[in-house]
Design a protein around this ligand. Structure first.
Ligand code: G3H
Ligand code: 13P
Ligand code: ZN
Length: 361
């Protein structure tokens, strides 16, 4: 099956009221494990690669790897998405490399650390949508800065994310500004800030509305009922995955992620793309630790990578079921990029005024 664009996939998800997990990939084991789960669940999927993943694996390897998994699982629509593009040039090279969707994260400057102002964010994001839509490729933008409502800190991890203290205004996307931003940039999907952050250490206790502001999502959805919303930092950080890591020599401090029922609440209010990387890392690392600690004489990578892949597959299947993604792959037929480009050119994909216009059925 050809690759699908984010826009078409999320239009379908909106029509049928489900959410789509966007899993980060860096290597063959992750790609295979996620696709095995998608195939088992008949779920469309978003495979996303960060700048770090592109540096780690190279665009050529990623392209061939994704071609390979779509050949192995020909019935699964796969959206190939750039996660946190830091500048238009990064998005341009991703489009050249065959990505069907790019994120232009103009909430931060190109250094990936400094919060950007409104004019900068609108200008870089609009330049990417103009270029991407001309080729049928979708665009995700971000308004608001990801970070903790508990500490007020940005979510700097692995060299990406805002540094230092942020104001409450920066940490919560304003619904009126969201409407203006989507009108001005024409993004197909909007990532919003409401208390989630990347990595394992999101909350120091089970989050309530004071630190995970799902009401902000609801207010934005009220203003922008036809725009697909994206939740970043949406790993649940399950206790059982933390326990496996710690039981086998790891040193994770107690922590909480985003509860699945809060994501489900988001899906009822326009959240269509749910970004998950940390949970995948935890699932795999727990099994690698278990095998190597339990059998220190083992040195065949397949002996620890296979259980790691199985753990990732189990996690993905759970999320496909929980988000209602399961059962939808066979209901979608991907439209060619040229057809998407034509629809953008005629204005029939206006993100503010048009609802679910690319049905797969
Ligand atoms: O945005 C954060 C994702 O977890 C990707 O992480 O930049 O370390 O690949 P990464
Ligand atoms: P997590 O760190 O919560 O998995 O978030 C990943 C993400 O948002 C990637 O863009
Ligand atoms: Zn993110």
């Amino acid at each position: 099956m050809p690759r699908i664009t984010l826009r078409q996939l999320l239009d379908h998800a909106a029509e049928k009221s489900y959410g789509v997990p966007a899993f980060n990939i860096n290597n063959m084991e992750q790609a295979l494990a996620i696709m095995f789960a998608a195939n088992d669940c008949d779920a469309p999927v978003i495979l996303q690669a960060s700048r770090g993943a592109r540096n780690y694996a190279t665009d050529i390897m990623l392209r061939h790897m994704i071609d390979a998994v779509t050949e192995i699982y020909p019935n699964i629509p796969v959206c190939v998405h750039l996660d946190h593009g830091n500048e238009p040039e990064t998005c341009r090279t991703a489009i050249e490399a065959g990505f069907t969707s790019v994120m232009m994260d103009g909430s931060l400057l190109a250094d990936g650390k400094t919060p950007a102002d409104w004019a900068y964010n609108v200008a870089v994001t609009r330049s990417v949508t103009d270029a991407a839509h001309a080729r049928g490729v979708s665009v995700e933008g971000e308004l608001g800065v990801l970070g903790s409502l508990e500490t007020g800190m940005g979510d700097q991890e692995d060299g990406h994310g805002a540094e230092g203290q942020l104001s409450h205004d920066q940490l919560l996307t304003d619904p009126d500004e969201a409407l203006k931003f989507v009108e001005a940039t024409k993004v197909d999907a909007l990532a919003v800030a409401m208390g989630t952050s990347h990595g394992a250490y999101k909350f120091s206790r089970k989050p309530d509305g004071s630190v995970l502001a799902m009401n902000v999502i609801e207010a934005i959805h009220h203003k922008l009922p036809n725009t697909h919303l994206v939740m970043h930092g949406s790993s649940t950080v399950p206790e059982e995955l933390q326990d496996i890591i710690n039981r086998f020599g790891g040193e994770m401090k107690p922590t909480w992620g985003v509860p699945v029922d809060e994501i489900q609440r988001g899906i009822k209010s326009g959240v269509r793309k749910v970004n998950i990387d940390t949970d995948c890392r935890l699932a795999m690392t727990g099994q690698v630790r278990r095998v190597l600690m339990s059998d220190p004489a083992e040195f065949d990578p397949r002996k620890y990578l296979k259980p790691a892949m199985d753990a990732l597959t189990r996690l993905c299947k759970q999320r496909f079921e929980e988000f209602g993604t399961s059962g939808n792959a066979s209901r979608i037929r991907p439209l060619p990029l040229a057809e998407m480009a034509k629809r953008y050119a005629t204005g029939s994909l206006d993100p503010v005024h048009v609802a679910g216009c690319v049905s797969g059925e």
